[in-house]
Write a protein that binds this ligand. Structure first.
Ligand code: NDP
Length: 285
């Protein structure tokens, strides 16, 4: 990589940010596209985020930015304009510069849908889905599935109030039937038995010693079990699901496709999927 006076700068804001795989994936895409650009991590605390956004607003060679944990919600108030998805979900993961103005977008939900369709051949329309978790990722996934026409969304979360609040947000915003339960609720087995897609959007599974995010006995053969976690690539939930005859999908595809969509928004070009996927897999390993 050669950095010159003409090099365009792309950044990712987060705290911490050293775990992020986006620099590896996006620099591979820039290189494959022959763009004179570099993508760098920018670790910033919440208190410094407004100043960081002012810096990119004034940067003439700004190419684009990603926003990751814990800044996605705060970024909503720091941009000049929001895409409809970012406004609906209340979170920004991608920032595009337009002549000194900043547009906030969110590619997480579309990235997830694309992974579902391209890597698992799953068409959400008319299907019942269960989502484990009620944090930021669960919100983006629940919203995108509702927009894609699922018939019912069930949210299961450790903190029941958050499950109910997310279900209320989905049903009020999209009109799709949605219900929230705590993880100990007696209705859980029925809800899981009825669904065709189960998505783990909790952080249970990030540690190698974590148990499956839900009791494996509840899983049915044939259902698609998706874990948003991408490191490790195969969580205890996915191992358990495979044993029980379920189809499985890990989190690498969502990470890849949200990044590809961001690249396209910044540059107007389709990135090389092969180069980005190879860089991701190498960084995960
Ligand atoms: P948040 O911190 O916003 O949410 C975490 C969720 O996990 C909450 O619902 C929380 O429940 C639940 N949780 C945490 N610990 C436990 C536990 N011990 N038992 C049961 N539930 C628990 O995180 P995000 O939504 O941002 O991320 C969630 C996961 O999704 C992460 O693993 C992340 O790596 C992954 N992710 C993957 C992406 C991809 O591109 N593949 C993109 C974004 C996220 P409670 O409400 O009770 O606290």
């Amino acid at each position: 990589m050669r950095i010159t006076g003409r090099t365009t700068l792309f950044v990712i804001f987060g705290d911490p940010v050293e775990h992020s795989l986006s620099p590896a994936m996006q620099n591979a895409a820039l290189q494959a596209a022959g763009i004179d650009g570099v993508y760098i991590p920018w670790r910033v605390k919440a208190i410094g985020l407004p100043t960081a956004f002012e810096s990119i607003r004034g940067m003439e060679n700004f190419g684009g930015a990603n926003v990751t944990i814990p800044h996605k919600e705060q970024a909503v108030s720091l941009v000049d304009e929001l895409s409809s998805e970012a406004a609906s979900v209340g979170a920004v993961n991608t920032v595009i510069g337009r002549g000194g103005r900043l547009l906030g977008a969110n590619t997480d939900g579309q990235g997830f849908l694309r992974a579902l369709q391209e890597e698992a051949g799953f068409v959400p329309r008319g299907r019942q889905v269960v989502i484990l978790g009620a944090g930021g990722a669960a919100r983006a996934v629940a919203w995108s599935l509702a927009e894609a026409g699922v018939s019912k969304v069930v949210i299961l979360n450790r903190t029941v109030e958050r499950a109910e609040a997310l279900a209320e947000f989905v049903s009020r915003g999209s009109g799709v039937s949605a219900i929230g339960h705590g993880l100990g609720d007696r209705h859980i087995s029925e809800r899981v038995a009825e669904c065709e897609l189960l998505v783990n959007a909790t952080s249970v599974g990030l540690a190698a010693s974590d148990p499956p995010a839900i009791d494996g006995a509840l899983l049915r053969p044939g259902m698609l079990v998706c874990d948003l976690i991408y490191r490790p690539r195969e969580t205890a939930l996915l191992r358990e699901a495979k044993k029980r005859g379920c189809r499985v999908l890990g989190g690498v595809g969502m990470l890849l496709f949200q990044g590809m969509l961001a690249f396209e928004l910044w540059t107007g070009q389709k990135p090389s999927e092969g180069a980005m996927r190879a860089a991701l897999i190498q960084a995960i390993a």
